[in-house]
Design a protein. Structure first.
Length: 254
């Protein structure tokens, strides 16, 4: 019965949250239909839904896998429950009744499932936020060549006009994903006691060190790729008197 009420409450929350957007969406549909541009409306809407699903999975799946790995390696997860009973419960018990304490204990006992569901939900919510890039995505997907290359990298101008903006979005998205994965893994391992900070050094369990090193290596690899990607933006340089790559950009920064 409680589960049914929770589901109904969640659905009601979503309806209230997105009611204004649904009204705007319906209004746009009526306007596009009146102009006989309903295929355009459906194309944009379908692209937004597709991008929301793709980027939702792009964030939710790696973060969920990263959390599962962090939860299973190193010290047992029971260390978190012990941390609760030793440090948190003594603080809240004087001001909490028995039902509240029981509920908190149940949360910590089922912490793995709760956090995993929250991570997946968070990833999907982040994915919905990427629906706004529908225009760069469609421009990238339908790019054409100008048959004119730039004088520095010898790339077709169409690459800079149609493809580079969306590639930049993919790069920034991957960077955000790796940062979240590093924070997620470090937080889990710290709570499990796999990471201990002393006055002189940082102590990590060997298996935990391997996971953190892999994530950090991917992060550094992505940064190095970002430097190569940033070179193309020199053509948009505003360092000189004129717009574009100047003598300094070409001979010093490259």
């Amino acid at each position: 019965m409680k589960r049914r009420y929770l589901i109904l409450a969640a659905l009601l929350f979503l309806v209230v949250l997105y009611f204004g957007k649904m009204v705007n969406l319906y209004t746009d549909w009526l306007w596009f239909s009146a102009l006989n541009f309903s295929p355009v409306f459906l194309k944009v809407l379908g692209t937004k839904l597709l991008l929301s699903i793709i980027f939702g999975l792009f964030f939710a799946v790696p973060l969920a896998i990263n959390f599962i790995i962090a939860w299973r390696i190193g010290n047992p997860a029971s260390h978190i429950i012990e941390f609760f009973f030793q440090h948190i419960r003594p603080i809240i018990s004087p001001n909490a009744d028995a039902n509240t304490l029981a509920m908190i204990e149940k949360i910590f006992t089922n912490l793995f499932k709760i956090v995993l569901i929250f991570i997946i939900f968070l990833g999907l919510v982040i994915g919905v936020g990427f629906s706004y890039i529908w225009k760069p995505y469609l421009v990238f997907l339908n790019s054409t060549a100008f048959n004119l290359v730039d004088p520095i990298f010898s790339k077709d101008i169409g690459f800079y006009v149609f493809k580079l903006p969306f590639i930049g979005i993919l790069y920034n998205s991957t960077m955000v994903l790796l940062i979240l994965a590093l924070i997620e893994a470090a937080s889990v391992h710290f709570l499990k006691g796999n990471i201990k900070i002393t006055a002189r050094k940082l102590n990590l369990v060997p298996s935990v060190r391997n996971q953190m090193l892999v994530l950090f290596a991917l992060f550094l690899l992505l940064i190095s790729g970002g430097y190569n990607l940033e070179l193309y933006n020199l053509l948009y340089s505003r360092h000189g008197v004129v717009f574009g790559a100047t003598y300094t950009d070409v001979n010093v920064l490259l």
